[in-house]
Design a protein around this ligand. Structure first.
Ligand code: P6P
Length: 334
């Protein structure tokens, strides 16, 4: 009988055997996982529940919010504010931070999340997900937005939950990447893969090709060479995938290799990119690096990028090591 390791046992072993995480961080991650289960249930209802379509509101990014964006955000806040592990939360769906109300004990951790990434895919039944990142509050004064402005190397935990054919939680606490599949009969996340490793080479790239004419030359050069395939300098054919949900594309890369690109776009030259550093690029970059991949904005390791604003954006290139290093070299030659 093979040992069934559910999320709690995995985290207890990380806490007890490796001393890798504190009891409070373990409890926080279990609460986040429970919130993801609830979001999964809401997502799975689809048209059977009052969860489809847009709400009559826009978020701080100016994006029209889907009903499920708001539901997912509320589930994460409600699940996490009373437990005593957190001091505050930050979300793609909220302009400022949400400080744990005084009626609850405050903890030392900070939770950042994109509650429902890829929400344009909700109404067409394509995989979406929750991305989360955990930081530690600096000691001393009352928590403020400034506490959140820490670089990606300061994360103590990062992960996502993809709501697809399976509901899958992918997590790192700095000791490799583990994959848990939701066992709906048990209502628990079962460890189904450990120490994920991204192949260093790939024949698959993920980018929104409709933006091709707006990219900087190093990116255009890289994708052009991929498209030339076996007849071009790469000497091999490439395949393309673009789901439109970062969690789905990154999950594919973590499980079979590939590269994910969301480049700077000359239509909005003042913006470094579309994706957000604090709760999309940083957690995904740590997962990619923990699985042996590389994550860069073209010039800098994403995890080294200074955090200057809660919703700051960044260009993102991440995935199979040898391909991303090629992209970095093309940026250096430009
Ligand atoms: P586009 C979803 O809105 C998201 O933030 C990521 O999940 C996804 O990779 C990207 O934007 C899709 O962007 O421009 O292709 O719609």
């Amino acid at each position: 009988m093979t040992k069934k390791t559910y999320l709690t046992r995995y985290l207890v072993e990380k806490q007890r055997l490796n001393g890798h995480i504190s009891p409070e961080l373990r409890l926080l991650l279990e609460v986040v996982a429970r919130a993801c289960k609830r979001i999964s249930q809401a997502v799975n209802k689809g048209a059977l529940g009052d969860v489809m379509g847009s709400a009559d509101s826009a978020n701080v990014q100016g994006e029209i919010q889907k009903k499920l964006d708001i539901i997912a955000n509320e589930v994460l806040i409600e699940a996490n504010e009373w437990g005593g592990h957190l001091a505050a939360m930050a979300s793609e769906e909220m302009e400022g931070i949400h400080v744990v109300p005084n009626r609850y004990p405050q903890g030392e951790y900070l939770l950042l999340f994109d509650p429902l990434d890829g929400s344009s895919n909700i109404d067409v039944n394509v995989s979406i997900g929750t991305i989360f990142s955990v930081l530690k509050k600096r000691d001393g004064a009352a928590v403020s937005e400034q506490d959140f402005l820490q670089g990606g190397t300061q994360q103590v935990a990062a992960g996502y939950c993809v709501y697809g054919p399976q509901t899958t939680l992918v997590l790192t606490v700095g000791d490799g990447v583990a994959l848990f599949t939701l066992d709906r009969e048990q209502g628990s996340f079962l460890l189904t893969q450990e120490d994920l490793r991204i192949p260093e080479d790939t024949k698959e790239f993920a980018v929104n090709m409709s933006n091709q004419r707006h990219w900087a030359p190093p990116v255009t050069r890289y994708i052009d060479e991929c498209l030339q395939g076996v007849d071009g300098p790469r000497g091999k054919d490439f395949n393309m995938r673009w789901v439109g949900s970062m969690v789905a594309d990154v999950h594919r890369i973590l499980t079979r290799g590939g590269v994910f690109l969301y480049p700077w776009d000359k239509r909005e030259p003042e913006k470094p990119g579309k994706l957000r550093l604090m709760y999309e690029a940083n957690p995904m970059s740590w997962l990619i690096e923990q699985a042996g991949g590389v994550a860069t904005d073209g010039q800098r390791r994403i995890l080294d990028i200074p955090a200057t604003a809660l919703h700051q954006r960044v260009a993102v290139f991440m995935g199979s090591k040898n391909e991303i290093n090629r992209l970095i070299s093309y940026h250096a030659e430009a």
